[in-house]
Design a binder for this molecule. Structure first.
Ligand code: G3P
Ligand code: CA
Length: 241
């Protein structure tokens, strides 16, 4: 059965990468959530997509120049204010993990270390995974494939998957080179035949970000390993049919 990952939570209906968005994903019946992480000034792991807070909050500036406590002052629902009244905040990865103790969701952590190569990000994320014993519930992805190889070499028990937005002829060979058991391709760049061939080679395929009904249906029909979507409610309903 195709696993449904809620991209940045239920980002199509709730403020992305907030607890409200993750709670909605759980309520909609998603199997997992996808989220993005950066390091803060005081070495905490913040859950936010961009390098800066500008697009998603009422603040301005780089995430790395604020402490976690300072980041908490920004309204993460700022651009949703007309239809989402509750004030949402930027969560830390620890908060998300604490919430996961009450459910069985899988968590795909995307390391946003391709623009800023955060020193020690991998160590901090792995330490938190181990503290919560979440080795079986986490997939780490990144566009920074060096970072994934670093993780595989040091913590082979942690599952990794490269993100890419390009055409790859034999993605399973690339995944094996990296030591990954899955791939996270941009869905427009992967055909049904390459998805099937990759899965036949024992490599999981989790395309992103699949939002249109016809695309979700197409991937469900070929029993793709997983899909990453902003609309988990829609995807779960289509899977039930
Ligand atoms: O997990 C796939 C997707 O999240 C990668 O792109 O920019 O939405 O983080 P982006
Ligand atoms: Ca992401």
């Amino acid at each position: 059965m195709t696993t449904i990952f809620a991209h940045r939570g239920s980002a199509g209906t709730h403020p992305e990468n907030t607890m409200e968005s993750f709670l909605a994903a759980e309520a909609f019946g998603a199997d997992g959530i996808e989220l993005d992480v950066h390091l803060t000034l005081d070495g905490e792991i913040a859950v936010i997509h961009d390098t800066t807070v500008d697009r998603t909050t009422d603040g301005t500036g780089r995430v790395v120049d604020f402490t976690m406590q300072e980041l908490k002052k920004f309204k993460a629902n700022y651009h949703y204010k007309h239809f989402f009244k509750k004030t949402a905040r930027i969560p830390s990865l620890r908060e998300v993990f604490e919430w996961m103790e009450g459910n069985k969701l899988i968590c795909n952590i995307e390391l946003k270390n391709n623009d800023i190569p955060y020193e020690g990000l991998e160590e901090k994320v792995i330490a938190l995974i181990k503290e919560f014993n979440y080795e079986e519930r986490i997939i780490i992805s990144s566009f920074n494939h060096y970072s994934l190889v670093y993780i595989v070499n040091n913590w082979p028990e942690i599952e990794t998957a490269p993100l890419y937005s390009d055409l790859l002829y034999k993605p399973w060979e690339y995944a094996r080179c990296l030591g990954s058991k899955g791939i996270h391709p941009k869905f427009k760049y992967i055909s049904d035949s390459i998805i099937k061939a990759t899965m036949d080679e024992g490599i999981a395929v989790r395309p992103y970000t699949v939002n249109k009904e016809r695309d979700i249906k197409r991937l469900l029909q070929i029993n793709c390993s997983a899909i990453i979507t902003d609309f988990p409610e829609k995807a779960v309903k289509l899977r039930r049919k």
